[in-house]
Design a protein around this ligand. Structure first.
Ligand code: ADP
Ligand code: MG
Length: 287
């Protein structure tokens, strides 16, 4: 390669006129080599469309590149969604705000911008069973994936038991770094079931590792002031919360179970909000 006066390699291409002729039958192979698979697979349609729209060469090339980028984005998102291991598909479009008057749609829209993920903030979704915490966690996780962030979903039980197993096998470090990798870690359903004795310490190590580096979204049926009980260790729970709440958004959903809506409608059971609401945490909203 010739060097220009600056000492940099000369990146100028060989002029087209001096290039040997290339048979057009080679185009498919060339597109494959360049991994331009969207252009390759839709070439006839794309060229016909470009001709129909009377695009000039530069416009047609721009359009072909856009088609390729759209396909690559789609694939990247599909791959990231499967890596995230969401338990099911839930979307913000599928969330009925009328069914959950305690939530502010504006606040959810703001969270859907994923600025909190970019900032490495924590999001706590608290409230009784069936009010849509997991739905929102998955929907916000999908928003984050589609905006290009890496996301990992795990239930609190699976997380703790995986860390506890790794701890016994002296593989804790690699597990912690695995859960430390993604930009957003969603830990679902903390507090439903009693945790293992080591849970508080293991959880603390994980949260410390992610602190001010990656976001954590936690859903729980227990208000934060009961987390000492959840973890079975008040001191460590306080240390965990100290880090989690430093840059945090706390949404407390106070409402009826969506799952039991039909039964309530038919008069089979009474409205739960009439009998119990989750106690206020004192940290609601962004500090
Ligand atoms: P939680 O995690 O709070 O226990 P889920 O998110 O699992 O509750 O919600 C239970 C079921 O009800 C899910 O299938 C969820 O999609 C649905 N659901 C809950 N709230 C709503 C809502 N406001 N709009 C639409 N579906 C909802
Ligand atoms: Mg849930």
């Amino acid at each position: 390669m010739s060097l220009a006066k600056t000492g940099q390699p000369d990146r100028r291409l060989q002029p087209m006129a001096t290039m040997p002729p290339v048979p057009i039958e080679d185009l498919d192979d060339m597109l494959s080599r360049l991994r331009l698979t969207a252009i390759r697979d839709q070439l006839d349609n794309l060229l016909e469309e470009a001709a129909r729209k009377e695009l000039n060469l530069r416009e047609a090339l721009t359009w072909l590149c856009a088609a390729e980028i759209a396909r690559k984005d789609q694939r990247r998102i599909a791959m990231a969604m499967s890596i995230a291991k969401f338990p099911f598909v839930r979307t913000l479009e599928g969330f009925e705000y009328e069914a959950q008057p305690s939530l502010d749609p504006g606040q959810i829209r703001e969270l859907a911008t994923c600025r909190w993920v970019a900032n490495g903030d924590t999001l706590l979704l608290l409230g009784p069973p069936g009010v849509g915490k997991t739905h929102l966690a998955v929907a916000l996780g999908r928003e984050a994936v589609s905006k290009g962030y890496t996301v990992q979903y795990v239930s609190a039980m699976e997380l703790i038991s995986t860390l506890a197993r790794a701890h016994n096998q002296t593989a804790l470090e690699s597990r912690l770094s695995q859960y430390g990798k993604s930009k957003l870690l969603i830990i679902d359903e903390l507090g439903y079931l009693p945790l293992e004795p080591d849970a508080a310490h293991l959880f603390f190590q994980l949260i410390s590792r992610r602190y001010e580096r990656g976001s954590v979204l936690i859903t729980s049926n227990r208000p934060v002031m009961e987390w000492g009980e959840v973890f079975g260790d008040q001191v460590v729970a306080t240390a965990i919360l100290d880090r989690l709440l430093h840059h945090s958004h706390v949404l407390t959903v106070r409402g009826d179970s969506y799952r039991l809506r039909e039964k309530r409608r038919s008069g089979l059971i009474r409205s739960s909000s009439a009998v119990s609401t989750i106690p206020a945490t004192g940290e609601e909203g962004s500090p």
